[in-house]
Design a protein around this ligand. Structure first.
Ligand SMILES: Cc1cc2nc3c(=O)[nH]c(=O)nc-3n(C[C@H](O)[C@H](O)[C@H](O)COP(=O)(O)OP(=O)(O)OC[C@H]3O[C@@H](n4cnc5c(N)ncnc54)[C@H](O)[C@@H]3O)c2cc1C
Length: 415
């Protein structure tokens, strides 16, 4: 019977990083078991086909701040392998990367296929064996501390070490649970918001830079500042995706019903009142529609907001009544929308939840419950906001798990 030194379950980003790292550091017999026919399918579709590999955030503390779940534990990992290390890792293995103006890192070729090919080529070159259509159903720990892995056809494979890299797939959670781990209920993160505000689709495509938005769920408030995009179903853009991540659990509990509050102006009440009074005085002959009080409001958006405020857009500024001015100020400072559900798809959908991080050593990614069992990637209760942070976690946890298995392997072979 062949006994592998390492079997990685899941042929995604994290699984491949784990296998390549272990192979490059001396581990001899490694196998990746992938349940589907396709390897690294999520890498292929990521970043709109470009794959946002990581984020140019070089300081571990700052990098860790981009993970609503993972917190202090991630710092232990990032102190060993962070974004700069990932960038170097890929460059040294032939994948040229570029940093865009918003600090997101992409392949120079703008093709996710090159990320896949880099990982696959390096795995094969180092002798990693890959089986597709091997869907792992069961893992048994033997009395002599080996693992027996069974697939749906009851084919079995035996290994000394095992890394679970099954992403957000429920089967991976089930396998981790069977080996003694607690699973934090998986819920979606990074999604857009649907609003039933019927006229909103007139503003579809309008994007606004750097504004404050807030969601209120029961009595809890989550705030963020960033770019907002109005879509034909509601709201999207980085500001919304980040809020969805910050409030992923609370939104799930409330069936994605909440209030979204948009502050269209950086001015406070008195400043905005003064500004509007000045327009009334100096440009009173102009119609409301022809003079927007805030530069960031596009014409379409301004017309929509005037309609929402029930103020006649053809009215002259001089004729704006005192109560209308109050409505205008209050709406521009606190514009409220009822969010009815999640949007139809996520730009960078990830699972929040998974294997409890308190049961894993974040320096080696080894289970604190079951020796010889390791984790890498999205299977853990770690998730980041958009911008390359979710792949960075795959590279970091994969590298650490691969290193740790190789240290165990080398210790045993040198004895
Ligand atoms: C549309 C989209 C775009 C994204 N874009 C980005 C981006 O640009 N940047 C970024 O940082 N993040 C992005 N993400 C998130 C990122 O793709 C994930 O965080 C990342 O792919 C997780 O990698 P993983 O290896 O942990 O899991 P996965 O990629 O999910 O891989 C797990 C693998 O395990 C296999 N598997 C599961 N169960 C079993 C089993 N029982 N037996 C055998 N095999 C099994 C699955 O088939 C799968 O191939 C995006 C996600 C989506 C959906």
């Amino acid at each position: 019977m062949d006994i592998f030194d390492l079997v990685v379950i899941g042929g995604g980003a994290a699984g491949f990083m784990t296998a390549v790292t272990a192979a490059e550091n001396g581990v001899k017999s490694i196998k990746i078991l992938e349940g589907s026919l396709k390897l690294m399918e999520k890498v292929r579709i990521s970043g709109g086909g470009r794959c946002n590999v990581t984020h140019a955030s070089w300081i571990p503390n700052e990098l860790a701040e981009n993970y609503p779940r993972g917190g202090i534990k991630l710092l232990e990992s990032f102190n060993r392998f962070a974004a700069g290390d990932a960038l170097d890792w890929f460059e040294k293995r032939g994948l040229s990367l570029k940093i865009e103006s918003d600090q997101r890192v992409f392949p120079v070729s703008d093709s996710s296929l090159d990320v896949i090919s880099c990982l696959k080529k390096n795995a094969i070159a180092k002798g990693v064996k890959i089986s597709t259509k091997f869907f792992v159903k069961e893992i048994l720990k033997t009395p002599d501390n080996l693992f027996t892995i069974l697939n749906t056809d009851k084919d079995s494979i035996t290994t000394k070490n095992i890394v679970l890299s099954t992403g957000g797939h429920p089967s991976g959670h089930k396998l981790a649970k069977s080996l003694g781990h607690r699973i934090i209920k998986p819920v979606p993160s990074l999604f857009t918001f649907t609003s039933k505000e019927t006229q909103l689709n007139e503003c579809s495509g309008v994007s606004i830079k750097n504004i404050d938005i807030e969601i209120q769920i029961n009595n809890k408030s989550f705030k963020n500042r960033g770019d907002l995009l109005i879509t034909h179903w509601g709201f999207s853009g980085p500001a919304v995706l980040k809020l969805s991540s910050l409030a992923a659990r609370e939104l799930f509990d409330q069936k994605y019903k909440c209030k979204l509050i948009i502050k269209w102006s950086d001015l406070e009440y008195e400043e905005l009142k003064e500004k509007i009074n000045k327009i009334k005085l100096n440009n009173g002959k102009l119609n409301l529609i022809n003079l927007r009080p805030l530069p960031l409001l596009t014409k379409r958006l301004w017309i929509f907001l005037l309609n929402k405020m029930n103020i006649n857009k053809d009215k002259k500024w001089a004729d704006l009544l005192a109560n209308e001015r109050e409505i205008m100020i209050n709406s521009l400072l606190k514009d409220i929308y009822n969010i009815s559900s999640k949007g139809p798809f996520g730009e960078e959908f990830v699972t929040s939840g998974g294997v409890s991080i308190n049961e894993v050593d974040f320096k080696s990614m080894e289970s604190l419950i079951c020796p010889g069992l390791f984790f890498s990637g999205e299977i853990l209760n770690v998730d980041g906001i958009t911008g390359g942070f979710n792949f960075q976690h795959c590279w970091t946890s994969g590298w650490l798990a691969g290193q740790a298995v190789s240290e165990l392997f080398n210790k045993v072979t040198n004895q």
